[in-house]
Ligand binder design. Structure first.
Ligand code: ZN
Length: 316
């Protein structure tokens, strides 16, 4: 497919910060929209000219896990990031398992809805998965840790699922303002013990039923443990940068706290989330605050790493 819109993900910043040049070049990017240029002989549902969005993992759509809606565990698929020869921050991508992976978009490639539709690749599906995996309902109070694109779209998702209270923990004013627009009822800028104290004040001292952890660091996990209500769920969608974390008596066991989350099966949510974008009810594409061409991608990474921009849209 020829890529018409792509972007830089917050999770791209982990390898950006840690990859060594001796590892050799790798194509980057796992969020993209484009036009089908050519199909393999086994492809049945797509044809040249179709406009499609790709989730951040490719999947066959037919194995046991795909049928259960867990496309990220597909027995024949994997993440784009595990395929060094393919990536969405590019002019074109060869898509394996195209029938199972790609989702047709019923608009033109120059539609004003493109930024919002591009969030179906990852950040919106991931924010939504965080809320679903946490069990958000109308009776739920939610804390969202992290004011990156996923955190903000987790706020929007919790709002869509009817959450009674949504506390957004973040320090960047322009981002938390967007979070309020998406449905946050409270914003807590403080971190650590002070942040935990503040969330507890806002929730009658008990913390919230669901805590969405959309960062991936140990301090963010510790913050989640600090603000979760007895019987509640910590739903993690920030890629964990740790292997060991407290799960013992004092942290989770004592109050029946459950741990949920993981890589979002964005493919499973694409059709469900698309109508509200198409009819203009929601605008998740507001998380994009910069646009560049392919030549500007390195600077786009740097700007996101420096927190100068929230999320960079790429028009190859
Ligand atoms: Zn599968």
């Amino acid at each position: 497919m020829r890529v018409t819109a792509s972007c830089v993900c917050g999770s791209d910043l982990w390898p950006y910060g840690s990859m060594s040049p001796v590892d050799g070049p790798a194509r980057m990017g796992h969020e993209f929209i484009g036009i089908v240029e050519e199909t393999g002989s086994d492809v049945r549902t797509l044809a040249k000219g179709d406009l499609v969005v790709a989730p951040f993992a490719f999947s066959d759509g037919t194995c046991d896990f795909c049928r259960e809606g867990l496309h990220t565990s597909c027995v024949h698929g994997t993440f784009w990031d595990m395929e060094p020869d393919e990536g969405g921050q590019a002019e074109a991508v060869r898509v394996p398992l195209a029938d199972g992976t790609l989702v047709k978009l019923p608009v033109a490639a120059d539609s004003a809805l493109m930024p919002s539709l591009l969030t179906l690749s990852d950040v919106f599906g991931t924010g939504y998965h965080a809320a679903v995996a946490g069990g958000v309902t109308e009776r739920t109070r939610v804390t969202v840790i992290g004011d990156g694109a996923v955190g903000l779209l987790a706020v929007l998702s919790a709002k869509m699922l009817g959450a009674e209270q949504i506390v957004l923990m973040g320090r960047h004013r322009t981002r938390t303002d967007l979070g309020r627009e998406f449905g946050a009822t409270d914003v807590v800028a403080a971190r650590g013990e002070e942040g935990i104290e503040r969330v507890r004040e806002l929730t009658g001292g008990h913390g919230t039923h669901v805590v969405i952890e959309a960062v991936g660091t140990m301090p963010a996990y510790e913050q989640a443990v600090g603000v979760v209500r007895p019987g509640g769920v910590i739903s993690r969608v920030g890629v964990p940068q740790y292997e060991e974390a407290p799960i013992g008596f004092a942290s989770l066991f004592r109050h029946n706290i459950r741990l949920a989350g993981g890589p979002a099966p964005a493919r499973a949510y694409a059709e469900e989330l698309m109508p509200a974008i198409l009819d203009g009810a929601i605008e998740p594409g507001k998380v994009f605050d910069a646009t560049t061409d392919l030549d500007g991608v390195p600077a786009g990474y740097q700007d996101m790493a420096d927190r100068k921009t929230l999320k960079v849209l790429i028009k190859p």
